[in-house]
Design a protein around this ligand. Structure first.
Ligand code: ADP
Length: 165
């Protein structure tokens, strides 16, 4: 059985992320979405909240589980018996960093492979930061995020906007 891990910060999950998770779920026996620490010191959602939001959108695929992890990604892979890390690639701009991460991970664990999946063409431009930025200015973000979590995201962005004045 091949288990793949889709790691990321998912703050919040976008249709671009979900597209990668769905496609991975068709290829691998099991997909584990791993919600990692966000470098952003003031995330929109806590990690547990992000897990809950992703579950709401992705558990319907049947073979997807969602968890949070705050250690090395390769240690998570070992814990769950995963041999593949799936990363979505948007533009060339993603490539350098992702390539570096993939090589570093392979250096420390030779038995874990990183596979890159090209972003769905409709989602090339999409990132969690774009969602937050657009949402803050009141733009309609329904084209950017899964409908199951749209209301939660809009509400949180608005709360944040109010508390920041
Ligand atoms: P972001 O860059 O949006 O903050 P994350 O750190 O949560 O994203 O990303 C997790 C994974 O999802 C990464 O492999 C990233 O390249 C991928 N990803 C993010 N947005 C998209 C998208 N629009 N299309 C394809 N892959 C994406």
């Amino acid at each position: 059985m091949t288990i793949a891990v889709c790691p990321g910060s998912f703050d919040p999950i976008t249709l671009g992320h979900l597209n990668i998770i769905r496609r991975a779920s068709k290829i691998f026996d099991k997909v584990r979405v791993c919600v990692m620490v966000n470098s952003d010191k003031n995330p929109l959602f806590s990690r547990d909240e992000r897990v809950a939001l992703i579950k709401r959108c992705a558990e319907k695929y049947g073979n997807v589980e969602v968890e949070t992890w705050d250690d090395l990604l390769v240690s998570y892979c070992e814990k769950v018996g995963a041999t593949i890390i799936v990363k979505g690639l948007r533009a060339v701009s993603d490539f350098d960093r992702e390539f570096q991460m993939a090589l570093a991970n392979r250096k420390i664990r030779q038995n874990i492979e990183t596979l890159f999946m090209s972003s769905g063409e409709r989602y090339q431009y999409l990132s969690s930061s774009i969602v937050k930025e657009m949402g803050r200015y009141g733009a309609d973000i329904s084209e950017f995020v899964p409908r199951e979590v749209h209301a939660d995201i809009v509400q949180r962005i608005n709360e944040r906007k109010q508390s920041n004045g």
